[in-house]
Design a protein around this ligand. Structure first.
Ligand SMILES: C[S@@+](CC[C@H](N)C(=O)[O-])C[C@H]1O[C@@H](n2cnc3c(N)ncnc32)[C@H](O)[C@@H]1O
Length: 422
């Protein structure tokens, strides 16, 4: 299965205010425009196709999460088998979890395990096959019913108990020795599912219990990419098209839309130039040192530790001469147990750029306009801050500023930019 088709783990569940509005007004508008703005139509369709992973707000003005909206936008996608299958087809992800469990059976034999967000039930099944005495498999969506069926078909119903419900609301009959979960979103923290895992840990993990995965890291690196020109071209065409639309609406319908030019421009700028992009980067696109932005110990981290990620980091350009088009962000997680209860074999799951393989997470690309010419030895010093979107706690906003000090001692103009991970 191609990466393009596996990357859409949340596609259906996320419909942004912007795209919801597009959809809502789509048909009449399309028919209206068909007659005299075919280019507009083509562009709209392309844009709807491109707009993945978008969401309506799920966070109320007071910061509380609206559970109903969250379910409609986030969880509902996970209720589809095709979507679970996409994740089950990600060989790197599957091999990492499989090896983590079966190379470390001492953590599972005779133990109580909690699988947070069991989905199809795969991690619960492996835990049981590795010898767990009891597995509690919690799933918020109706996928719980499929998981139950699958577990029965694999004759593990006496070991695994599927509980349909939100992890935060579920009560277990005992504390557990292991918490296993696949909670990672784009650039690690998008989706904010780690919150649910930490909440489960605080309530249900025994004092010497272990987390699967046990550690996680976010990485960033400077990159070169043709996308920087492509996106700028797309943006310019969208604005040109707007001016055509304003003229034609005035000519044919006597209404001057010009007053909306500024908000339209801002909206398009956000979409084309400030929204990070899913990409499957080739390692040779990385033009400098990759650096750690955040390290998380899943046994000790608190929700406050991950609500905002802030880092001052520096990286050096390693390519002779390159065009700095932006930054790539990715993550890895490790299964190494705990100090008191270590893994026999540590397993890593990485989503770093790779020549011959990739995961459905790919990498997030943050593009810079304009790009800069850099040389080997130039130093980049950047301030990174990532926080949750006010409208939807599962989406992220990134503030990135960077100073570039050339090897010669001169500085290039610094930049400061806001990005959205949607
Ligand atoms: C990324 S999928 C992983 C599914 C499965 N564990 C696997 O590895 O293939 C995450 C699953 O967790 C579920 N989930 C997310 N947050 C949850 C919560 N707070 N309570 C229960 N289930 C949750 C989602 O519905 C989804 O099925």
């Amino acid at each position: 299965m191609s990466l393009r088709s596996t990357k859409n783990r949340l596609e259906l569940g996320f419909v942004s205010q912007q795209s919801a509005a597009n959809w809502a007004g789509f048909e009449p508008e399309i028919f209206f425009r068909c007659f005299f703005l075919p280019r507009f139509l083509k562009q709209q369709l392309q844009r709807v196709k491109n707009r993945r992973l978008e969401t309506m707000g799920s966070t109320a003005a007071n910061g509380a999460v609206d559970k109903g909206v969250d379910f409609a936008n986030y969880f509902c996608t996970y209720g589809f088998l095709y979507h679970q299958k996409d994740m089950l087809c990600d060989r790197i992800r599957m091999d990492a979890y499989y090896n983590a469990v079966f190379e470390n059976q001492h953590h599972f034999k005779g133990k109580a395990v909690l699988d947070v967000g069991t989905g199809s039930g795969i991690l619960a099944i492996w835990s049981a096959q590795a010898g767990a005495r009891k597995v509690y498999a919690v799933e918020a969506t109706k996928m719980a019913e499929h998981a139950r069926e699958l577990i029965k078909a694999n004759k593990l119903q006496d070991v695994i108990e599927v509980i349909e419900g939100s992890m935060e609301d579920v009560t277990l009959p005992e504390k557990v020795d292991v918490i296993i979960s696949e909670w990672m979103g784009y650039f690690l923290l998008r989706e904010s599912m780690l919150d649910s895992v930490l909440c489960a840990r605080d309530r249900w993990l025994k004092p010497n219990g272990v987390m699967y995965p046990s550690h996680a890291r976010m990485w960033m690196a400077p990159l070169r990419s043709g996308l920087v020109d492509q996106k700028m071209g797309d943006y310019k065409r969208a604005i040109e098209d707007w001016y055509g639309f304003v003229n034609e609406t005035k000519t044919y319908y006597g209404v001057d839309m010009g007053v909306l030019t500024n908000p339209y421009t801002a909206e398009q700028q956000k979409f084309y130039l400030q929204t990070s992009m899913w990409n499957n980067l080739h390692p040779n696109q990385i033009i400098g040192e990759h650096v750690i932005v955040k390290e998380i110990d899943c046994l000790t981290a608190t929700i406050d530790d991950i609500r905002i990620v802030e880092a001052s980091i520096s990286s050096s350009i390693t390519q002779e001469i390159a065009r700095l088009s932006g930054f790539g962000g990715w993550f890895d997680v490790h299964f190494r147990g705990s100090d008191k209860n270590p893994a026999k074999k540590e397993i890593e799951l990485t989503t770093a750029p790779s020549e011959d393989s990739g995961t459905h997470w790919g990498q997030q690309v943050f593009l810079l306009h304009p790009s800069s010419n850099v040389k080997r030895g130039d130093k980049l010093m950047f301030q990174f801050s990532m926080s949750r979107s006010r409208e939807n706690h599962r989406l992220m906003e990134v503030d990135l500023s960077c100073e570039i000090k050339q090897k010669s001692g001169e500085s290039l103009p610094p930049f400061k930019k806001k990005f959205y991970i949607e």
